[in-house]
Ligand binder design. Structure first.
Ligand code: NCD
Length: 310
């Protein structure tokens, strides 16, 4: 963004002023008419490479590029359909695709490989979710949603629930929230799905106020934000009871524990951990969060490739 090749691999690359700059840019892009927005990435090509399944994130990035007037080339199911099947390294993929495209949006199964290979890319790399590592653009859109819905990020009490072990959205979100003053986090999760030890240590060192709630009610009572997530069964080796989500699933009855101004977020897809009856409550913000995701991804790509804001 400032400088030659700017990647978005982890939220640790983002400081608070940069998050603000992106949120302001997202607001500005939201206000542009479609015609004007289409001038921003005119003539630019963005490649999307998805080595793991995705619907919404890929479509969200592709829509973001198209709305900014850019073009998309891509490989869905890249693990099977690309030359990685022939044994090509990710660093070579970036060197090659970097000759075709102005930026590369990638979902990959290995955060370490992604971090290492990105150094060889001649164009910006955007991490669209890496294994059970990070999902930085999701965290950016999550805090953007908190700010839009609640007017601030500082001093919020956030209940984070579900699969904290394998959930990459949670890993990025907690790291990002740790940068804002006064945020308090309550964690609630099925026993085997707590935060990875290294992340728990990193967050403790960052000074984030983090506590583990004994039950669902104590986690959400009086919280400003409830951040709900699904269990990542596809990453588990059978160590979790298939009904484990019932421990922390939100129903209409739980809404009474939340203040009127509270907001419920979820990166989606949900698979039963928020009952559909919750959707009609104004505090259910997860579909507005999806829309914010489009504008935040537009903002990131615009900051990387579109140049100065007018
Ligand atoms: C999340 C992901 O892929 O990590 N989904 C998304 O990007 N919207 C959450 C999930 O799969 O549980």
């Amino acid at each position: 963004m400032r400088g030659a090749v700017f990647h978005a691999l982890t939220v640790n690359q983002f400081d608070v002023p940069l998050v603000w700059e992106l949120m302001e840019r997202a607001e500005w892009l939201r206000g542009l008419d479609r015609e004007e927005a289409r001038t921003r990435l005119q003539g630019k090509i963005v490649a999307t490479l998805f080595y793991e399944p995705s619907t919404r994130t890929r479509l969200s990035f592709e829509s973001a590029v198209l709305r900014l007037g850019g073009s998309v080339v891509g490989a869905e199911n890249a693990r099977e359909s690309s030359s990685s099947k022939k044994g090509e390294t990710l660093e070579d993929v970036f060197r090659v695709v970097g000759c075709y495209a102005d930026a590369i949006v990638i979902r990959h199964h290995d955060q370490h490989e992604l971090d290492r290979a990105a150094r060889f890319s001649p164009v910006p790399i955007v991490n669209a979710g890496a294994g059970s590592g990070e999902h930085p653009t999701q965290a950016l859109l999550d805090v953007y949603t908190m700010w839009r819905e609640l007017g601030r990020i500082e001093h919020l009490t956030v209940a984070v629930m579900g699969d904290l072990k394998y959930g990459r959205t949670v890993h990025s979100l907690l790291r990002l929230l740790a940068k804002f003053p006064g945020v308090r986090v309550r964690l609630f999760h099925p026993a085997p799905l707590g935060l990875p030890d290294d992340l728990a240590r990193e967050l403790a060192a960052s000074g984030l106020a983090l506590e583990r709630a004994p039950d669902l009610a104590s986690a959400i009572r009086g919280a400003d934000v409830v951040y709900q997530t699904r269990i990542q069964f596809e990453r588990l080796g059978g160590e979790v009871d298939p009904n484990a989500a019932s421990l922390y699933a939100l129903t209409k009855d739980h809404l009474a524990l939340l203040p009127d101004h509270a907001r419920i977020l979820h990166p989606l897809p949900r698979v039963g951990e928020i009952a559909p009856e919750v959707d009609d409550d104004v505090r259910a913000a997860y579909f507005r969060q999806v829309e914010n995701g489009l504008y935040m991804r537009m903002a990131l790509l615009d900051a990387m490739l579109g140049g100065e804001r007018r």
